[in-house]
Design a protein around this ligand. Structure first.
Ligand code: HEC
Length: 123
């Protein structure tokens, strides 16, 4: 009887250790330093579909009517993203982009604006 109890105890201990491990991994990820930020921005840019219209590193838009983003001032880029998201900047082309802007938070817009701005205008 005592043995059975111990086994159950060992199992619970194992689960707790696993949970602790998962929690510390999550904390480590959250604490990943700013060095990883460029990578995160690039990933965001791909994941949130920006790349589909504005091209790799915001330099090769799919249509001549679509803007290049690389190397423009971060503040300008951020303001335009906000204006497109809110509908303040609205035309036949910006509507396409407005449709994906629910995918992205204010903080992510700022990260992307900074990353795009830091990229060279020409390759
Ligand atoms: C479906 C196509 C499409 C997608 C997806 C898209 N955009 Fe755009 N974006 C546009 C178009 C078109 C414009 C220009 C709209 C206009 O003519 O006013 C634009 C404009 C911009 C501008 C303003 C540029 C300037 O010079 O004024 C920024 C910044 C921008 N997009 C960033 C992004 C980011 C970041 C993402 C991803 C979250 C994204 N876009 C996703 C099509 C898209």
């Amino acid at each position: 009887m005592g043995r059975k109890h111990n086994q159950a105890g060992a199992e619970t201990g194992g689960k707790m250790r696993l949970r602790k491990l998962l929690i510390s991994s999550a904390i480590l990820l959250a604490l990943t330093p700013v060095a990883g930020q460029a990578q995160d921005a690039e990933e965001l840019y791909r994941e949130r579909t920006c790349i589909a219209c504005h091209g790799a590193e915001g330099r090769t838009p799919i249509m001549d009517e679509y803007p290049r983003l690389a190397g423009q001032p971060a503040k300008y880029l951020l303001l335009q993203m906000q204006a497109i998201k809110s509908g303040e900047r609205l035309n036949a082309h910006s509507v396409a982009m407005k449709n994906v802007m629910h995918l992205i938070s204010d903080a992510e817009m700022a990260t992307l604006a900074q990353w795009l701005s830091d990229l060279p205008e020409q390759e």
